[in-house]
Design a protein. Structure first.
Lengths: 61, 165
């Protein structure tokens, strides 16, 4: 076996050890739609003041 | 593995869903092996296919949509790595060498030491079985650059194996 053939065999063996979790196209596109929706919300709310942060609890009281 | 330049093939334009189903695992494994990290490679794959979906009308007309997705994923991961100062765990050296029969036992460690650009051409040439032209198109570099990177990568692997065995 030539060295290049060994590299090829090694890479195919290595690839077989890498588990790829299944992900449907629907699941991928759901992420796209969520991102688009978040982008829309951000653009709608660009002139809206962010909510005031909650007063920090003072545990030492 | 089919040549990438034949995609989507003479039968007509493939849907994004077909493309995703056909190519996701190969692209994901290529990116994981190039980047040397599973989580980063998987994230890069999702990111790249998302962009392919968003630009599918254009991407489907390319000679090499799989190469486009690979390059987009690789560039996304590079940007991510530049921003993060953290060292990422490597997939290399994790697997016991006895799993790889008939190959040099030091290859895993030698791959870990290759620069990422060299690992990319090795993975695309010997795992994806792409020609030098296809790799050049995918990485947007001249064919001569691919040839010299591949030559140096193989020489480095051989050198490392000589050093570690």
């Amino acid at each position: 076996m030539t060295f290049e053939q060994q590299v090829r065999t090694y890479l195919h063996n290595k690839a077989a050890t890498i588990s790829i979790p299944p992900r449907s196209v629907q699941s991928l596109l759901k992420g796209v739609r969520l991102n688009d929706a978040l982008g829309d919300l951000r653009s709608l709310g660009s002139d809206v003041e962010p909510p005031a942060p909650k007063e920090r609890r003072r545990w030492w009281w | 593995m089919e040549g990438i330049l034949t995609y989507p093939g003479p039968d007509g334009v493939a849907s994004f869903e077909d493309f995703y189903r056909d190519k996701r695992e190969h692209v994901a494994r290529s990116l994981v092996m190039t980047l040397g990290n599973r989580e980063l490679g998987l994230e890069a794959t999702d990111e790249a296919f998302t962009r392919a979906y968003q630009n599918w009308d254009k991407v489907k007309t390319y000679d090499n949509p799989t190469g486009w997705v690979y390059r987009v994923g690789l560039n996304w991961a590079r940007t991510r790595l530049r921003r993060s100062k953290r060292e990422i765990p490597s997939i290399y050296l994790e697997t016991a060498v006895e799993h790889f029969v008939e190959v040099e036992p030091g290859l895993d460690a030698a791959m870990a030491k290759l620069p990422e650009k060299h690992r990319a051409v090795v993975v695309l040439r010997y795992y994806m079985d792409w020609s030098l032209e296809e790799i050049a198109t995918a990485l947007r570099v001249p064919k001569g650059t691919v040839k010299s990177r591949l030559h140096r990568a193989i020489a480095n692997l051989q050198h490392e194996i000589g050093a570690v065995t």
